[in-house]
Design a protein around this ligand. Structure first.
Ligand code: 5GP
Ligand code: MN
Length: 325
């Protein structure tokens, strides 16, 4: 009986003794969900595949994900001496998004990339990129045999789909996405709890900093662009880190009349992470790509040096150019 619904994956993983899994820097729900789901599945099928060791490498993330099984096994340090027969990257569109995991990618005998970003540049030996999938978790679900998906694996996959679709609201949500979600719900997962605890709930500090970002947001281009930024000093004031800023960009995007929302936070002095969201007419993945980033048509990001105002000034002409055409 097949273990995967993709022959090449079955071939690559059969007999691979040591396997590593990783996602992208600053991991989000889809990245964490897909890594934890595939990890659990490989452990389930360890004997049949003749696997000896599976390790997951991810940067640190919020405690809300402790609700998932096997999260405590994830390695958050990148100084282990291990080398791997196969390294699998999930939800990662380019090599520069691997962060410190690159070390294991470079020394692995074979590499596999599983992703759903339209900007993916096929950087691995085997690339399985489904650009119209809502999430990497949706791609992973399709690769696994449904009857072997446990309730715990279903929880991880569901979280990833929920996060990347903004709870089934984004346009990337398809009939198929809903069918997969239905299959996962039938495994008996407490989906209300999963959504509340990993997506909806905010700490008081997270709410305060979101409030501040919204209050200080500015409209540009006759209201077509809404932009806001948070500096390192402000994060310090509220005693938060960048992981506490999730959701701000999606809130900005709801401003009526805007075409694009832009959220900027300082990662170190003079360096910023930019998030872009489109309400329809603008392809923000193209804009992000022209600044060395990437993502999806309606949700993308990049990094930029300089001040927040510099970043806004650089982005505006790109939005204008698209709106004219
Ligand atoms: P977010 O704004 O939530 O960080 O990211 C939105 C989307 O854009 C995600 O799919 C994410 O993977 C992608 N993205 C964000 N920042 C970058 C970046 O710096 N480089 C690339 N290639 N993709 C990014
Ligand atoms: Mn994703």
């Amino acid at each position: 009986m097949s273990i995967f619904n993709l022959d090449i994956l079955e071939q690559e993983l059969t007999g691979a003794k040591k396997i590593a899994i990783t996602g992208h820097i600053r991991p989000d729900g889809d990245c964490i969900g897909s890594c934890s789901a595939l990890y659990q599945y490989l452990i389930e099928c360890k004997k049949e595949l003749n696997i000896e060791q599976v390790d997951v490498y991810l940067e640190t993330f919020g405690q809300e994900y402790n609700i998932l099984s096997g999260i405590d096994k994830i390695r958050h340090r990148f100084d282990y001496d291990d080398t791997y027969d196969v390294m699998i990257t999930l939800d990662c569109s380019s090599l520069d998004r691997l962060g410190h995991s690159i070390r294991y990618f470079e020394t692995a005998k074979r590499t596999i990339c599983i992703d759903h970003h339209i900007t993916n540049d096929n950087f691995a030996d085997v690339n399985h990129v489904v650009a119209d999938a809502s999430s990497t978790c949706e791609v992973i679900y399709d690769l696994l045999v449904d009857s072997r998906i446990t309730k715990e694996i279903a929880k991880s996959l569901y979280i990833g789909i929920v996060h990347d679709t903004g709870i089934f609201r984004h346009v990337s949500t398809s009939g198929k996405t809903m069918e997969i979600a239905a299959s996962l719900i039938r495994k008996g997962i407490d989906f209300t709890k999963l959504i509340d605890e990993t997506f909806t709930q905010k700490t008081y500090a997270q709410m305060q900093i979101m409030g501040r970002a919204l209050m200080e947001s500015v409209l540009y281009m006759d209201g077509k662009l809404i932009a806001s930024s948070i500096s390192l000093d402000t994060m310090k004031l509220y005693e938060v880190t960048h992981t506490d800023l999730d959701g701000i960009i999606d809130q900005l995007r709801t401003a009526k009349g805007t075409e694009v929302a832009m959220f900027i936070y300082e990662t170190e002095e003079g360096d910023n992470k930019i998030s872009l969201r489109s309400n329809g007419r603008v392809n923000v993945s193209e804009i992000a790509r022209s600044f060395g980033g990437g993502g999806h048509v309606k949700a993308a990001g990049c990094s930029m040096e300089g001040t927040a105002i510099d970043a806004i000034a650089k982005i505006i002409p790109h939005i204008e150019a698209q709106l004219i055409n």
